[in-house]
Design a protein around this ligand. Sequence first.
Ligand SMILES: *Cc1c(COP(=O)(O)O)cnc(C)c1O
Length: 358
Amino acid sequence: MTRPIRARFDADAVRHNYALARHLAGGAKIWSVVKANAYGHGLLRVAEALSDMADGFALIELDGAIALREAGFRQPVLLLEGFYQDDELPAFAEYGLTPVLHSAAQVEALRATVLPSRLPVYLKLNTGMNRLGFDEADFQDALAALGASPCVAGISLMTHFADADGERGIEEQWARFCRLRGDSGLPACVANSAALLRFPQTAGDWVRPGVMLYGSSPYPDQESAEALGLLPAMTLESELIATRELQAGDRVGYGGIFTAEGSMRIGIVACGYGDGYPRHAPSGTPVLVAGRRSRTVGRVSMDKVCVDITDQPEAGIGTPVTLWGEGLSADEVAAAAGTISYELFCALSARVPIIDAD
Ligand SMILES: *Cc1c(COP(=O)(O)O)cnc(C)c1O
């Protein structure tokens, strides 16, 4: 018997979510952000789901970009941190990839390299996130250097919002970006999922939604994925592999951090932090047992988590359990564990098979 845990992937949900992004983007084109193995969903699986819709794919990993090309995807591919070493540049030319240039070192490296073909490039501006990108003072120099580079085919401008999902919003960064862009007429690309959903006026020429494609809300404390009209692309499912009756005072799991207050019944689920379920999820984290809402009890261990089935006498070995996805938003589970669904998805472990929904 195989271990019952699996992640069910729903290509139709991704396509539905993409269509919503499409609607919000107006005339802008869409980079589908597929970094980190498409947020844990599987790079090629997601690219395949979007193959006839996607304008382009954006990611961090050069090997992933090459894998897209080798699988036959012809859309533009954007590398969100560009290249790390100069010797990666020939691959950008060979595979027709678009680097984001965020540093003077990258601009200089590109200027000094002879490539067999010219590359479209994105110039990243720092407008307040203060991680990557050119400051206002260095922007014109970078633009001039790129303009004089023989291997540059076209320049677009991008920036990244620090608080598109929060109270501060985008106003300050957006104003700075617009001022820097001026009347250059260069294509603009600024919006992540949160900005696209909350501030679609920033859509510009290209947008960069990630998490919304996978069906999570970028700001679940304000608006649920369901309220936004998003459908979960991944449902993490397993089964009960044992059940147990407890008496008052019995403790459950490592550290015995959960104590039964009265007689109760628990189920043991084949899913733990070794599968990517968050170890910090406390007792009380929501879970579906046979489609009904219940709660976890005790500490999450590497291969197991326990759930309360006191009110489900029919539950037994083989009863299906949903850890997150259809019927139970990953956002809700993430919030209970003090994190965000992005982290849950990225943490899905390689030992969990991903299967296509039928
Ligand atoms: C990850 C990423 C995105 C997508 O962000 P979401 O919040 O998942 O929509 C967009 N732009 C850049 C530069 C990113 O790194």
